[in-house]
Design a binder for this molecule. Sequence first.
Ligand code: ZN
Length: 136
Amino acid sequence: MKVWYSEISFSTRRRSEVVDLTDQILQEVRKSGIRNGLLVVNLPHATACLTLNEGESGVKNDLLRKLDELVPPSGNYEHDRIDDNAHAHLKSSLVGTCRVLPVVEGRVVRGTWQNFLVVEEDGPRTRRLSILLMGE
Ligand code: ZN
């Protein structure tokens, strides 16, 4: 079994935004040469999220708006005593930061409308995304 690892570095430009990293991730999968196995994508951050969904502007905006409704940027958060980003920590925990997908015959098995979307909630900043492939 082969194991392949890489990281994608990227910058966000706003306090909150959705960044579509699908093309970069699929490029890493091709570079790995692994045609059958598992793809593990992990966002090693506590104030951003990783989800799979349609990379359409309306969906991106709806996602940001609904997350703000569920976890308003301002609230009676304990963490805001030392930092002003408690809402971003909570959103990251609710949505998650890691996805695992099968790779079959060189293709990542995913739905037509399942793009890899990073939800920034504490930008702008430089982020990284880790990519692990295991297989043959
Ligand atoms: Zn914090």
